[in-house]
Design a protein. Structure first.
Length: 525
């Protein structure tokens, strides 16, 4: 009997005598751990994870040891098929309850000669992780393969059937699997991913989320993100401004919910930040990239991140030069992250908005990253404990763009906003805008993003007609410029239920009084 088998017997005994809650048992029972039994590193990480998460589904495989040298981080398709896909497929065929698959350091990072994947080298090279995530896609009726082009690459990928879903993941409903890996530059880094995942679940995370936006790329239109997939033909990479816009959209959601964050629209690469709970940036693609600043970032347990860097998961071994790597951020304390083994083009990088809204709403890290990623059988490498879920199930407030009004009075106009998208300007006292079907059940506060080069004023919240019942009045301060925005809030003075037409009736002094970018309602904190 080997060490893994003895460990499994001990786990079964412990689970029988000291059962977890029903939800913990269900989650652990959905995980399959795959480790390379010819790798001491892979075996050690697997043993540690199995013991701490009480995993009972375990599959050893034998393949080249990617923990030894960079050359072993790529495996040939024939070897992948016989050494990984074959044994895994057989196990999954007889264990229908598996939703998550965990790989450990020592299993290669990419497949050479894949039937999908990035193919700029002449041979398609998907990540092992993403290829395995789509292991059953060829047999799923209606699964769609995308043709990818951009940034000098061509290739094919499967459109992720779980993309942008808000439902809990299940293989039975969506097909495929959520594959993550426990990896890093060292064995200790890989094991700490689990340590910090469990720590974050036991103690509510506290810290700041950083968006480092490169303004040279443009700000895009944040109201158009996250993108809804409209075609299986990706003929050109999306604009860099689109990923900036996605970060800005995510930033607005955090702002509306009072979640600590910093949105840095600056040409200076941001560093010297600690206790980060989230990080999204352009990494070495930033025109002002500063490696010392990148290496200075420090993260808190439960943290989540992605960077728009095409080869951020090309290796998990010591190296120098090239684009920035996720292994550096893992060494600095990141708990959950996604990187890319090859060029995913920007369309294949995860959506910050979906990453954060799912994660902060109580989804697991694996559900969050996979819901945020458009393609599988592609280049993504999701790193961390898939069961990491430090936040409770909760409904986040989602901002409504003020420019989306269905009717108005006076001379209000929409205009380009300095924070992307449109705002409502040319507002005079007595003007209003109205919005149908606003759900006010359980709402306690109103929050709005406003700017004023005059003396400001106030927003009265009327229900169902311009002179209808007032449920609150929100002050608007002077901010010094029509495009210098701040967030203002007020308590609702009257509770309401269900859907209502909402009239924002504006008050202030003579002339134009203020601009409104967005507003939201939120429940009691």
């Amino acid at each position: 009997m080997n060490r893994i088998q003895r460990c499994l017997l001990l786990i079964i005994l412990v689970v029988t005598l000291f059962p977890h809650s029903a939800s913990a048992q269900r989650l652990a029972g959905q995980v399959l751990v795959i480790y390379n039994s010819s790798s001491r590193t892979s075996t050690a990480i697997a043993q540690d994870y199995i013991a701490r998460r009480r995993i009972t589904h375990v599959l050893p495989v034998i393949c080249i040891d990617s923990a030894l040298n960079p050359g072993n981080e790529t495996m040939q398709l024939a070897d992948y098929t016989s050494e990984i896909a074959g044994p895994v497929g057989a196990y999954l065929a007889s264990h229908k309850n598996i939703n998550f698959i965990v790989l450990t350091k020592g299993i290669p990072v990419r497949v050479n000669g894949g039937l999908t994947g990035e193919g700029s080298s002449g041979s398609q090279q998907p990540s092992v992780d993403s290829y395995l995530a789509a292991i059953d896609y060829p047999a799923i009726p209606g699964a769609v393969k995308a043709n990818m082009a951009g940034s000098g690459t061509v290739g094919t990928a499967w459109i992720n059937r779980y993309y942008n879903s808000t439902a809990p993941f299940s293989h039975a409903e969506f097909g495929g699997y959520l594959v993550t890996r426990l990896d890093g530059c060292t064995l200790a880094d890989a094991e700490r991913l689990v340590t910090d995942s469990i720590a974050a679940e036991r103690t509510p995370p506290t810290g700041n989320i950083l968006f480092d936006i490169e303004p040279d790329f443009g700000l895009g239109d944040k109201t158009a993100h996250p993108v809804v997939l409209a075609s299986s033909a990706v003929l050109a990479e999306e604009s860099y401004g689109d990923w900036n816009a996605d970060m800005l959209h995510a930033s607005d959601i955090l702002e509306a919910n009072g979640i600590p964050h910093t949105t840095a629209i600056t040409k200076k690469f941001v560093g010297q930040q600690s206790n980060l709970l989230g990080y999204f940036s352009w990494g070495s693609n930033d025109d002002g990239f500063d490696n010392a600043a990148y290496q200075s970032l420090q993260f808190a347990p439960g943290s989540i991140c992605d960077t728009a860097v095409s080869t951020s998961a090309r290796t998990f071994l010591p190296t120098s030069g090239g684009q920035t790597l996720m292994e550096d951020l893992i060494a600095h304390g990141v708990t959950c992250c996604q990187g890319y083994s090859g060029e995913p083009i920007l369309d294949g990088v995860s959506s910050p908005t979906i990453d954060l809204t799912r994660y902060l709403s109580g989804a697991t890290m694996a559900e969050s990253f996979y819901a945020a990623t458009k393609y599988v059988g592609w280049e993504g490498v999701c790193i961390g404990d898939p069961l990491c879920r430090p936040y409770p199930a909760q409904k986040l407030a989602i901002p409504t763009q003020a420019s989306s009004f269905q009717g108005s009075s006076g001379g209000v106009k929409t205009e380009p906003c300095s924070e992307s998208g449109l705002d409502v300007g040319s507002i005079n006292s007595g003007d209003y805008t109205w919005y149908p079907s606003v759900n006010l059940s359980g709402m306690d506060e109103f929050v709005a993003r406003v700017a004023s080069a005059s003396n400001g004023g106030g927003i009265a919240l009327h229900l169902d007609r311009p002179t209808g019942p007032i449920i609150g009045v929100c002050p608007v301060p002077a901010t010094g410029d029509w495009q210098s925005y701040v967030t203002t809030t007020c308590r609702l003075t009257r509770k309401s239920k269900g859907l209502h037409s909402l009239y924002l009736v504006y008050a202030g002094g003579p002339g134009n009084i203020f601009n409104v970018e967005w507003f939201a309602f939120r429940g009691k904190k």
